[in-house]
Design a protein around this ligand. Structure first.
Ligand code: HOZ
Length: 434
């Protein structure tokens, strides 16, 4: 399929750029790192996206994670429609908030109590404030290449769009906001031990993506995670897993269940809203009870716990619980991983494929990718050419080397085969550009 005709998208992008900075409401989707014009989406349908030029793409972005069931899953749409009939927002308690909270508590090992917010950024910002309020300490550890939304204190050596667009540490964040942020290297156990030896008793929190997705998919070593858990316990430091991307993605119990390491606090986003704007932070009851109105740590939101968003999230999690698609996702993603590896080998293009369950990144890199330094050694020009060759063949991938793609339960072995065929052609194009 040739999907290179994108006249209407081009017109709409030019129009959008006149009234919206860069034509987009979130920088990661602007094609800044790969060049060209992003397709404007008309609709989603199961594993497909259709743009306004009527091009159909096999979608491996899934709205950057939420659509683990594919687009417009009937159970999710029906739940949203039912909720809309009763109103759109009340700013008062509803039963749906407890329904979703109870299910989250049941599914996620580290969550005894949970507070709903509206985005992943809000969740991590609130979790950091809570950890500081609970411990009475200020210093927070983060890891280079991990991304926790656009929270001032965490926008240091950040991944995702910040890394893609070359601004891992943003202007507009006063030095004072990051003075208490300590940045360490992902998977570096010696550096971690040293930081705790030097200032363990003044560390309020350590926050990390337990499987990183925002410098591309990077997998933690067992030693790294277990050492981190032990050091946090020994020093009374709050361990925060940012599971905005991995939550309900790598396992129904999130990455913490898959890894067998339980954090003190967890932040969630994406799948928990089933495509509606929902974030959440939760964890140990003694810590969560420091949040207002029980405790003194203030956090609030007019639209938090919005009934339509709750209905969408609840339907999504219930569907995951009933259908249990994780084995199917593992098979599909393993098929894709093998296909990508073979297509690269056949074209003599050096790549690394990092994958956990249905999240995967193909790095154009000769060496293993284990942290930010090794991730940024990837050939991003090559990535851009591969990305466009795939898009022209009807495969919609994340538009950055430093993101993970997502397989959904709506994909089929046939669609994965079709994607691998496109990948083989695209790889051949890389080694023989003419
Ligand atoms: N946080 C997303 C990437 N990891 C980007 C979301 C977007 O731009 O829509």
């Amino acid at each position: 399929m040739d999907t290179s005709s994108r006249t209407h998208s081009q017109e709409q992008f030019e129009r959008a750029c006149r009234s919206i900075p860069g034509g987009v409401n979130s920088p990661a989707r602007a094609f800044g790192a790969v060049g060209g014009t992003p397709p404007f989406i008309q609709r989603g349908d199961g594993p497909y996206l259709v743009d306004i030029d009527d091009n159909q793409f096999i979608d491996f972005v899934g709205s950057w994670g939420p659509h683990i069931l594919g687009h417009r899953h009937p159970a999710v749409i029906e739940a949203i429609q039912q909720a809309i009939e009763t109103g759109t927002s009340f700013g008062a308690p509803t039963v749906s908030e407890s329904d979703l909270a109870e299910l989250v508590v049941e599914l996620v090992p580290g969550i005894e109590k949970v507070r709903m917010v509206n985005s992943g950024t809000e969740a991590t910002m609130s979790a950091i404030r809570l950890a500081r309020g609970f411990t009475g300490r200020n210093v927070v550890v983060k890891f280079a290449g991990c991304y926790h939304g656009h929270v001032d204190s965490l926008l240091v050596q950040a991944g995702s769009g910040a890394l893609t667009l070359g601004a891992p540490s943003s202007p507009g964040v006063p030095a004072g906001c990051t003075a208490d942020t300590l940045v360490l290297s992902y998977n570096d156990v010696a550096m971690l031990r040293q930081a705790f030896e030097q200032q363990g008793d003044s560390l309020a929190a350590v926050i990390l993506e337990p499987v990183c997705g925002n410098m591309g998919c990077v997998i933690p070593t067992d030693d790294f995670l277990r050492t981190l858990r032990q050091l946090c316990t020994d020093h009374g430091t709050v361990l925060i897993f940012d599971e905005v991307m991995t939550g309900f993605r790598v396992d129904l119990g999130c990455a913490q269940a898959w890894l067998g390491v339980t954090p003190d606090l967890t932040t969630l986003g994406k799948i928990i809203g089933g495509g509606m704007p929902v974030g959440a932070y939760g964890g140990r009851a003694d810590i969560m009870d420091a949040v207002s109105p029980v405790g003194a740590v203030y956090q609030a939101g007019t639209l938090s716990g919005n009934p339509i968003a709750m209905a969408s999230g609840l339907a999504t999690l219930q569907q995951l619980q009933q259908a249990d698609p994780y084995e199917q996702l593992e098979h599909l993603a393993a098929q894709l991983e093998q296909g990508f590896r073979k297509s690269a080998a056949a074209a003599d293009v050096p790549v690394q494929v990092n994958r956990v369950g249905s999240m995967l990144t193909l790095f154009f890199n000769e060496n293993p990718v284990t942290d930010l330094q090794t991730a940024t050694a990837s050939d991003t020009d090559r990535f851009a050419r591969w990305f466009h060759a795939m898009l022209d063949r009807g495969v919609y991938l994340p538009c950055s080397q430093f993101e993970a793609l997502f397989v959904s339960a709506a994909h089929t072995p046939e669609l994965i085969e079709q994607t691998i065929a496109a990948a083989s052609e695209a790889m051949q194009r890389l080694s023989n550009p003419a």
